[in-house]
Design a protein around this ligand. Structure first.
Ligand code: HEM
Length: 365
């Protein structure tokens, strides 16, 4: 399926709602509010400095990210590769912001790809770490928290119950930081680049546009901003809305549980995956979460079940679970992950696009 038709199909489901929110005389305020809320099913809000910069002030990267955020059909996946990578310690490499990141991505790939071509426990943990660092932000916390590396840099964060299971990958990032920080590489970027490398290393995973230049913070993110698997759907939807992530975007992001395993929700079933193929970035998670009789080897989070059944997320779950669901899911996930990876970032206009360092997308082994 072509990218334009994927974007069009994805967008058409909200076009009807957009038309519905035009007010007419006699429409009462409650109905109007409800319709407006229905229209806000899709994420399109600007973030950080892009909120106040005029179009004329935007850099090329600022314009690109703006197109992704406002959901004008721009694809957040890319197939740009390095032609020739200069040697690591050369002057040419020092002059090219992305050069060192190519070497980092190579090293990450070694850890994230298993010998059978599937993605590893470390890859799963890296995707979750990217989410947990960035999600420590909401519209009400302003320039505090978010994708700033604090999940590793502020020792208090890893002690929080919501971050249980991330201890080992946090140690890995400390190691990478010690190894690469003298090349002007920051923790926030390491974490978000790591999540994107891990995603594309998983067979079928999208190759998501990856930016560097975020500011690090040693201050712990505000507590209480991460979701619980026992929260009701409305609470989770509100939590993500406060991060500018609307229900359709949340449905796309939840698909990361396609490659996940749980250890602490039900310790008696530690290691149980959320779909039958946790080493592959496929749409089986959507099918098996919706299934009336899921296979016994999988463990479904209560939150995934209530969200998949919620009228605001169910249509997206159905689309992704469908026979042609992979391409629309990749498209939607990439777009929403770019948003997630920029929460709490207030120098978006000055970031550098280093997507070209990512390894190639792979098919099923
Ligand atoms: C309602 C939202 C969410 C809830 C309640 C939730 C909850 C959880 C829980 C409870 C676990 C298992 C932890 C354990 O017991 O070891 C988990 C694992 C995971 N989550 Fe989520 N999650 C949510 C959204 C997300 C999002 C948005 C992403 C990524 C974009 C994500 C990525 C992952 C990954 C990759 C794992 C597997 C980690 C591993 O296997 O080591 N989750 N999540």
């Amino acid at each position: 399926m072509k990218v334009s038709s994927i974007a069009a199909a994805w967008a058409s489901s909200t076009a009807i709602l957009s038309a519905a929110v035009q007010a007419h005389p006699g429409m009462n305020a409650t109905v109007l509010e409800a319709l407006k809320e229905a229209d806000s099913n899709k994420s399109g809000e600007l973030l950080g400095d892009l909120k106040w910069l005029y179009p004329g002030q935007l850099s090329a990267v600022g314009r690109l990210i703006r197109s992704i955020l406002v959901d004008d059909g721009f694809d957040a996946q890319s197939n740009e590769f390095y032609g020739h990578v200069p040697p690591l310690h050369s002057a040419a490499c020092a002059l090219d912001t992305c050069c060192v990141w190519w070497y980092i991505a190579e090293e990450m790939t070694q850890l994230f790809r298993a010998s059978d071509g599937q993605c590893t426990d470390a890859a799963r943990a890296a995707v979750r770490l990217g989410f947990h660092d960035a999600a420590g932000w909401s519209k009400f916390t302003g320039d505090f928290g978010g994708a700033d590396g604090s999940i590793v840099l502020a020792p208090e964060e890893i002690l929080r119950p919501a971050n249980r299971g991330l201890e080992e990958i946090v140690q890995q990032y400390k190691f990478w930081y010690d190894r690469w920080s003298h090349f002007c590489v920051g923790m926030a970027d390491l974490i978000q680049m790591g999540a994107n490398v891990a995603t594309v290393v998983c067979p079928l995973g999208p190759r998501i546009r990856s930016f560097v230049g975020r500011r690090d913070s040693f201050v712990a993110a505000p507590d209480g901003l991460l979701p619980s698997p026992f929260d009701p759907a409305e609470k989770l939807i509100a939590l993500f809305r406060a991060k500018t992530i609307q229900p359709r975007g949340l449905a796309a992001l939840l698909g990361a549980h396609s490659t996940s395993r749980q250890f602490f929700v039900n310790p008696a079933r530690a290691g149980a995956p959320q779909d039958s193929t946790p080493g592959i970035w496929d749409v089986l998670y959507y099918r098996q979460t919706l299934a009336a009789r899921p296979p016994p080897e999988i463990f479904r989070f209560p939150s995934d079940i209530v969200l998949s059944e919620h009228p605001r997320l169910f249509p997206a779950f159905k689309t992704f679970a469908g026979p042609n669901g992979q391409a629309p899911w990749d498209f939607a996930y990439a777009r929403e992950y770019v948003r997630l990876s920029l929460l709490g970032v207030f120098n978006i206009n000055n970031l550098t696009d280093c997507t070209l360092v990512l390894p190639a997308k792979t098919s099923k082994p």
